[in-house]
Write a new protein. Structure first.
Length: 176
């Protein structure tokens, strides 16, 4: 599949109305820590979170679409102010459809960032399908763009920096 160049990606990012993100392996390094009592912990990238907040302040809607239900994910997204958190999404393209209807947008109006084979369907349907650098080979084959950074290591910030450049907004303007 032909990949988008960075200028082509930026041109397409100007038109998106929603950025949808997987969690495990995208916002995290694909690790989960479990205690003996079943207590779950995840390591989220702070810079990814900062740029998510700045992008939302700049008017971009952000949604989480994860196949795993996780209290750690819920807590982190509440901390960031992410309104749309869809978990237990076995087929992410189907699970996100009611949200798209609610927001009166179509698949072509979203960018989706994933890392694993279960993300392929939504990567293909989204207006921009993005794989992070350390994604599964099958997802990379299906994606329009592949980040330079790995999951949990600034890949989401990388995409959002391109977004800010595309819409000609300075992220520093949204710091409070």
């Amino acid at each position: 599949m032909a990949r988008l160049t960075v200028p082509q990606l930026k041109k397409k990012l100007r038109k998106i109305k929603l950025l949808a993100l997987d969690v495990d392996g995208v916002l995290t390094d694909d690790s989960i820590y479990f205690g003996a009592d079943g207590f779950e912990m995840k390591k989220f990238n702070i810079s990814d979170g900062l740029f998510m907040v700045l992008a939302m302040r700049a008017g971009l809607k952000i949604a989480i679409v994860s196949s795993r239900p996780s209290k750690a994910t819920t807590t982190r997204m509440n901390d960031l102010g992410v309104k749309y958190v869809l978990q237990e999404a076995k087929d992410k393209a189907i699970v996100i459809k009611p949200l798209l209807d609610q927001l009166n947008i179509d698949y072509k109006d979203i960018a989706f960032v994933g890392n694993e084979i279960l993300d392929i369907n939504l990567v293909r349907k989204a207006g921009i399908g993005i794989a992070i650098a350390d994604s599964s080979d099958k997802l990379i084959d299906a994606a329009d763009f592949v980040t330079q950074k790995n999951g949990g290591r600034g890949a989401v910030r990388e995409v959002l920096e391109f977004y800010f450049e595309a819409v000609k907004k300075d992220p520093k303007s949204y710091l409070r």
